[in-house]
Design a protein around this ligand. Sequence first.
Ligand code: NAD
Length: 504
Amino acid sequence: MTTHEKILKNLGIAAADIARGDLEVRSPIDGKKIGSVRQHKVADVAKAVTKAQAAFREWRAVPAPVRGEFVRLFGEELRAAKDDLGKLVTLECGKILSEGLGEVQEMIDICDYAVGLSRQLYGLTIASERPGHHMREIWHPLGPVAVISAFNFPVAVWCWNAALALVCGDPVIWKPSEKTPITALACQNLFERAVKKFKKAGHKIPDSLSQVLIGGRDIGVALAGHKEIPLVSATGSTAMGRDVGARVGARLGRSLLELGGNNAMIVSPSADLEMAVRAILFGAVGTCGQRCTSLRRLIVHEGIYGALVKALVKAYGQIRVGDPLDGKTLVGPLIDKAAFDAMQKTLKQAQKEGGKILVGGGRVTKNVPGGFYVAPAIVEMKKQSAVVMHETFAPILYVFKYTDMERAIAMHNDVPQGLSSCIFTENVREAERFLSATGSDCGIANVNIGTSGAEIGGAFGGEKDTGGGRESGSDSWKAYMRRQTQTVNYSDALPLAQGVKFEL
Ligand code: NAD
């Protein structure tokens, strides 16, 4: 048995399960086939929704802390499978093993968070203007949640949604990226293991609380259009989000959109440059530039521009590109040929628009196991021209000079997307200005921390073309519930609000 087969077996996937499907899955590491999985048909969407609605009718009546106990057990399964699932993430989407394991850790963290949350789904009491009346606001389960996810976080994004949805009383239907379906099948197996343990402990749990639908855009479109799915949480490109948002909006459903970013860092003259270089490296080249929060624009004060760019070019020369399963590798492959072609096209366009490639950009073919490996690029730009406005999902970092902070902040905000942002400065005025209402317009704003690598405790998401959704921590759970304002009259009179009289 090969190492790959062992990993799959440990995750409950037999070779025969992924031998005869119509969707071929290849590892970006070496381009070799991992398996072929069976795709669902569009007609399967309605069947899944009927099952999810049946599960909802039971699950919504289970006390939230008991639902939390189930999520605790699921978190235990994730802990036990962390090594195997982390490796499978690396195998299927190509991120380095440390990040693959980190992604599973993020799943464990959100489960822990959701367990606590299951005892904290609190509402409000509100003063009533009418005597002998109580008014309060409470949160009820919403219904089946569809999760459409992207290839670059093949498991964590689903878990962010699923852990919260489950404690909130909602079943989940997951359509993973067609590029990473096997990790989804593995997660579903771990989910079923937790179901068995939950039942063994004497609890009731409905069938089909979590379902996976394998397929491409057509399955996503059908989920977005189904009127019995009150919430569609979709993560991916802005183009996908526009389509999903319009379909869900047309039926007055709710969507939670987590879309593309175009994240920037401002580096001021007072910055700790050594720290900034480390943060820039992780942000711009980590995950081979394939994170929604990847650093794409660097806005540097003219006084330190030369020194910082020189240090970066030197650091880029030392990056180890190669097999993501090798512990020494920092940058693994791009997901596929299309991603490589898009990177090359963007670099050519950037040059046409006056950009100068300072380092990287080409394909790396030495000491790599196949696949599409690239040398991360730094491109010096004179201004934020058309090419800079687009998110290219590859390790390209545009660098710009600025002379005054007002102009730097204006440049920072002058892109269609609004996900993550940061400033490196030791100057409290600059830091607070960046964080103020007239500073960064993004959903995430950091000081002396890079743009990527968020913690699950905070709400995650961005503004403008990033879609406006919030997931994960803080009060993001409210998106998965319906709000009800309740008024109880415990008096023997029937006064109307606003003093209205209505008597025979
Ligand atoms: P993608 O948009 O190509 O696909 C994402 C998912 O949407 C896939 O499951 C795909 O099948 C589905 N899909 C595509 N078109 C659809 C449609 N019209 N209706 C319904 N479903 C549809 O994205 P990708 O290449 O897998 O991922 C990269 C993108 O995702 C980048 O733009 C990245 O910034 C973004 N992303 C955002 C976040 C975030 O939290 N903001 C996180 C991860 C990735």
